[in-house]
Write a protein that binds this ligand. Structure first.
Ligand SMILES: Cc1cc2nc3c(=O)[nH]c(=O)nc-3n(C[C@H](O)[C@H](O)[C@H](O)COP(=O)(O)OP(=O)(O)OC[C@H]3O[C@@H](n4cnc5c(N)ncnc54)[C@H](O)[C@@H]3O)c2cc1C
Length: 487
């Protein structure tokens, strides 16, 4: 196959939300761009991450709530689950979203091109894209690495001989890798205790799959506030998920039922079996087989591309953003972070204006379990580790009027303050609608708000956002002894 050679102002490796944000900004600046993609245009979030998971998680909530009405006077209803139809509607939603939010934006082929195939560097200005039918060489004045991340697969004895699922099970019928799960498993073993394990674990359990979650941590959600992890763990177990913590996995093998996981726990050997195994032990940046060593771009111990705060790598015309930079510059693997930074990278690469720096100090993030976990800023432990003098307080959501009114008092909210300024440096919440509440906390952190700002702000009554005001008050008063809306 002979390679074609093409020239662009910006060549982007990847076509996810980070790449699109960069490409659109480059086009606004009047530049030419090529994005590359070896799976489905639109990347992980749209095709096999955020969107499909949130679609099915909501369907699972409807099934669960119908079977467990919170109000006396409402009778439980058992909704039959048709997995094939659920998957088909999810694929339709993904297809529509991809068309509107991604493919339709490619209506300026003279500005933005997508080149399908596997991309790798051949020199510091040149990327080769290989597909089954052609090889193309893209010359970039500037290059942006935005190729995202993939499920981390632990090296476990026997894993190579046993079929297993990853979060790719959510991908659609259009995915050339054909990883979509077409049949609902009767039982599922999930390895991992982070957000993907918990979101998918609760979802499958609510659809009727028997779920066992196995994690080596002392609890689920390591790195989160212990009050949140503990409370969510109890809620999930009450729903019927089996959660096995402190488990050292020794190996995997086929069993009559499907798969058997051998673990060492509290000095004892134990075996867990299920029809399917889902590996959800984390994600690693897609920097393998990219030819980075050829061009001198460095990666850190996790494989993330090393960048400075302008998102520039050690090679001046090569930039990186999104999941592929992992925790570099205190970043986080999340769609809005990549989209935000993709635009900054394009600006820095192409505008000729002064360089912009990323600020990753305030990144709200959410786990879409029910109830949701939402976090912004530092945890108690992170503040202490950073050498900060701090105080913190946690209150149960049962004190929030809206929670009581709608008969859903599950959860807890915790606030971390800098001492003695009372500036709020962290908020963690487990509760219904926490994903919407955390926006107020994020804005407050961005502008250096103190507890007085939360208390003085008139909050809409009755909303879950009042949890922020109440936890702020709790540093000086007993929130159990307040009348409605009083501070
Ligand atoms: C199950 C799941 C649920 C999630 N839920 C949320 C959520 O609710 N909210 C949220 O903010 N984030 C969520 N995320 C994370 C989010 O999906 C990612 O942070 C985001 O998609 C990263 O965007 P990106 O553009 O950096 O990378 P990606 O979207 O991964 O895009 C990179 C693209 O590059 C392609 N690629 C990789 N290597 C090559 C190569 N060599 N050649 C050509 N193409 C290549 C990949 O196929 C991919 O399409 C979720 C992730 C998963 C897996």
């Amino acid at each position: 196959m002979t390679a074609t050679h093409e020239r662009y102002d910006l060549v982007i490796l990847g076509s996810g939300s980070t790449a699109f944000a960069a490409a659109l900004h480059a086009a606004e600046l009047g530049k030419t761009v090529a994005m590359t993609e070896y799976r489905t245009v639109g990347g992980t979030c749209a095709n096999r991450g955020c969107l499909p998971s949130k679609n099915l998680i909501e369907a699972a909530r409807l099934v669960y709530d119908a079977a467990h009405p919170r109000y006396p006077g409402l009778s439980p209803v058992c909704m039959p689950v048709n997995w094939a139809e659920l998957v088909a509607q999810k694929d339709e939603i993904i297809q529509e979203y991809r068309t509107h939010k991604y493919e339709s934006l490619l209506d300026h082929p003279e500005r933005i091109q997508v080149v399908l195939g596997q991309a790798a560097f051949v020199s510091d200005h040149e990327v080769e894209v290989r597909s089954a039918s052609e090889v193309r060489r893209l010359m970039g004045e500037q290059i942006l690495i935005a190729i995202g991340s993939t499920s981390e697969i632990p090296s476990l004895a026997g894993l190579a001989d046993v079929p297993y699922l990853t979060s790719d099970l959510l991908s659609s019928a259009d995915d050339p890798w054909e990883t979509e799960l077409r049949e609902q498993p009767r039982s599922l073993l999930i390895l991992g205790g982070g957000y993907i394990a918990l979101e998918l674990g609760q979802m499958f359990a609510r659809f009727g799959t028997q779920v066992t979650l196995v994690t080596r941590g002392k609890s689920i959600l390591s790195g989160y506030e212990p009050e949140i992890a503990q409370s969510l763990s109890e809620i999930l177990q009450e729903e019927g998920l089996r959660i096995v913590t402190g488990a050292l996995v020794r190996g995997v093998a086929s069993s009559g039922e499907g798969v058997a996981l051998s673990v060492q726990r509290h000095g004892r050997a134990q075996i867990f079996t299920a029809e399917k195994l889902l590996i959800a032990t984390g994600r690693h940046p897609n920097t393998r087989e990219l030819g980075l060593e050829q061009v001198g771009v460095g990666v850190d111990a996790t494989g993330a591309v090393r960048v400075d705060r302008t998102l520039r790598t050690i090679v001046p015309h090569i930039w990186a953003a999104g999941d592929v930079i992992g925790r570099e510059t205190e970043s986080q693997m999340a769609t809005p972070v990549g989209a935000h930074d993709g635009k900054i990278a394009a600006h820095n690469a192409l505008s000729g204006e002064s360089l912009r720096e990323v600020d990753h100090t305030v990144i709200p993030r959410v786990i879409f379990t029910d109830p949701q976990v939402a976090v912004v800023g530092l945890t108690d432990e992170e503040a202490v580790t950073a050498g900060m003098a701090c105080t913190c307080n946690a209150i149960p959501l049962s004190v929030v009027p809206r929670a009581a009114a709608i008969r859903d008092t599950r959860g807890v909210i915790k606030m971390v303050l800098e001492h003695p300024t009372r500036r709020v440096v962290g908020v963690s919440m487990l509760g219904t609608n926490a994903s919407e509440v955390i926006g107020e906390a994020a804005m407050a952190l961005r502008f250096g708000a103190t507890t007085d700002d939360f208390i003085d702000l008139v909050h809409v009554y009755p909303t879950m956002a009042e949890a922020l005001k109440l936890v702020a008050i709790s540093f000086t008063k007993d929130v159990n002894r307040l009348s409605c809306c009083a501070s």
